[in-house]
Design a protein around this ligand. Structure first.
Ligand SMILES: O=C1O[C@H](COP(=O)(O)O)[C@@H](O)[C@H](O)[C@H]1O
Length: 253
């Protein structure tokens, strides 16, 4: 597929530093062009990777960063399932993103109101955009092919109007979540999936090489005008037959 880069690393130890370089290079570019860097974070395994790699960078300046969440679980921030709570402990406490630049859900609200409240926060942060245009979205993919909290065969896959949607029947716990919709994901200037581990190999092959039947949610991420990266490790890539780029930890994207 034109414009898509599938990049394979020997392990997540080599992938992590290149992900950090991608974040800082897109941050520099965004700040030079429009004065701030808007970053959307996913949860799951990304949290510990970013929490390790970003604070380790010398002279990292996040004072012009605005950070949102691609999806979030509707649990209190001190619950171990809270994506914000995990990032707070592992990343936000170690770098200088202003508190006002971190767009969180209000986890005290019922799930529909929580989605409306988060929609309002995103609209305020992106007043000029019909759908927020993030400089970079970092996505994960579950072994079932979901991304954000967009799960296979769920009606939310067809959402075309909302910026943020609520979900009360997530097949992966916790059941109540809010999620960015595909129109937002596909409006981003750059989207990078990070997918590691052998449990992802069968679905990664179908997402990247096609399958019979409906496309997995992750395969529906095709930015309209933006870049698309798949950063994967060898175990996740073990079933691929397409051409991939093979890089090590010093690479630049
Ligand atoms: O539940 C979720 O899972 C996905 C995938 O997580 P991973 O640990 O398999 O990488 C994640 O991207 C999403 O934000 C999260 O809510």
């Amino acid at each position: 597929m034109a414009g898509r880069r599938v990049v394979v690393f020997p392990s997540s130890a080599e992938l992590g530093p290149v992900l950090a370089q991608l974040v800082t290079s897109r941050a520099e570019k965004a700040i030079a062009s429009h004065g701030r860097f808007t970053l959307g974070l996913s949860g799951g395994s990304l949290v510990s990777m970013l929490g390790k790699e970003l604070p380790a960078l010398p002279d990292l300046d996040c004072s012009k960063w605005v950070v949102g969440f691609c999806d979030e679980r509707l649990v209190p921030f001190d619950d171990p399932e809270s994506t914000y709570g995990l990032y707070k402990g592992q990343l936000f406490s170690k770098v200088n993103i202003p508190d006002s630049g971190i767009l969180t859900i209000d986890s005290s609200l019922p799930v529909n109101e929580c989605a409306e409240d988060y929609t309002r926060k995103l609209k305020e942060a992106f007043p000029d955009d019909k759908f927020p245009v993030f400089d970079l979205l970092l996505l994960g993919m579950g072994p079932d092919g979901h991304t954000c909290s967009l799960f296979p065969d769920h009606p939310l896959l067809e959402e075309t109007k909302k910026i943020v949607a609520s979900i009360s029947d997530s097949p992966k716990p916790p059941p109540q979540r809010v999620t960015m919709t595909f129109p937002v994901v596909n409006s981003a200037r750059c989207v990078a999936f990070v997918s590691t581990g052998g449990s992802k190999a069968p679905v990664l092959k179908e997402v990247l090489e096609g399958r019979e039947g409906p496309a997995y949610p992750a395969a529906r991420v095709v930015p309209t005008n933006g870049e698309l990266f798949w950063l994967v490790d060898d175990p996740a890539a073990s079933s691929l037959t397409i051409q991939v780029e093979r890089l090590g930890s010093g690479a630049k994207l």
